[in-house]
Design a protein around this ligand. Structure first.
Ligand SMILES: Nc1ccn([C@@H]2O[C@H](COP(=O)(O)O)[C@@H](O)[C@H]2O)c(=O)n1
Ligand SMILES: C[C@@]1(CO)OP(=O)(O)OP(=O)(O)OC[C@H]1O
Length: 197
């Protein structure tokens, strides 16, 4: 069965803070404020993945009252979310996301953002799409008070037997993540990567 998830996040812009989007530190006179590194794009993607798997949201798994997540690298949190999905027998099929930012221009950094997301999730780069749009100077994003992001994803349920190796363009996530010893992931590995054993 294919399942769909959506995610949305907003962070405020302020001086004296790094701007990190999609795991890329972007040169800018202001950055996003948060308890973690405030990576608005990765937060929206995590919520989409958790939503698709009916696993709640990032606040449930990484509470902003927990000191362990102060300044947290959101790529590490995304990797944890990927592990949660794999442990439940889900494969990430595709992710599409939009960052809404009046400035700076994000297009020069898109390829690296895509590489970062694909790499930590153990999927192919063409399973990830990231876009940017300004808000034509309208609203809080248009006034440059903050940056928002939206994401949608589809995931496939390996355990229901309805998908084949051909559905997993990225192959078995366990190959790139060394998680072969876990139940559902072991099954994925055996199904999708038999020749690599
Ligand atoms: N922060 C942004 C905003 C936009 N882009 C790129 O520019 C294109 C046009 O944006 P509009 O908001 O004028 O529609 C958009 O499709 C992006 O390719 C960007 O890189 N960074
Ligand atoms: C990942 C967390 C961890 O504190 O990051 P924050 O920077 O607080 O970002 P937000 O999107 O407001 O909430 C998610 C949190 O769980």
């Amino acid at each position: 069965m294919m399942r769909i998830g959506t995610g949305y996040d907003v962070h405020q812009l302020a001086e004296g803070v790094d701007l990190i989007i999609g795991g890329v530190k972007i040169p800018c006179d202001r950055g996003l404020v948060g308890h973690s590194d405030a990576d608005v794009l990765l937060h929206a993607i995590m919520d989409a993945l958790l939503g698709a798997a009916a696993l709640g949201d990032i606040g449930r798994h990484f509470p902003d009252t927990d000191e362990r997540y102060r300044g947290a690298d959101s790529l590490k949190l995304l990797e944890e979310v990927g592990n949660m999905l794999a442990d439940k027998g889900y494969l990430v099929n595709n992710i599409d996301a939009t960052v809404i930012a009046q400035e700076p221009k994000l297009s020069p950094y898109m390829d690296q953002m895509i590489r970062n997301v694909a790499s930590v999730l153990g999927i192919a780069e063409d399973q990830v799409n990231i876009k940017a749009t300004s808000e034509e100077h309208l609203g809080f994003t248009g006034r440059k008070e903050g940056i928002s992001a939206q994401a949608v994803c589809t995931i496939l349920d390996y355990m229901d037997g309805s998908i084949s190796a051909a559905d997993s363009e990225g192959g078995c996530a366990s190959c790139s993540r060394d998680r072969e010893d876990k139940g559902a992931v072991k099954s994925l590995h055996e199904a999708f990567c038999p020749k690599e054993d």
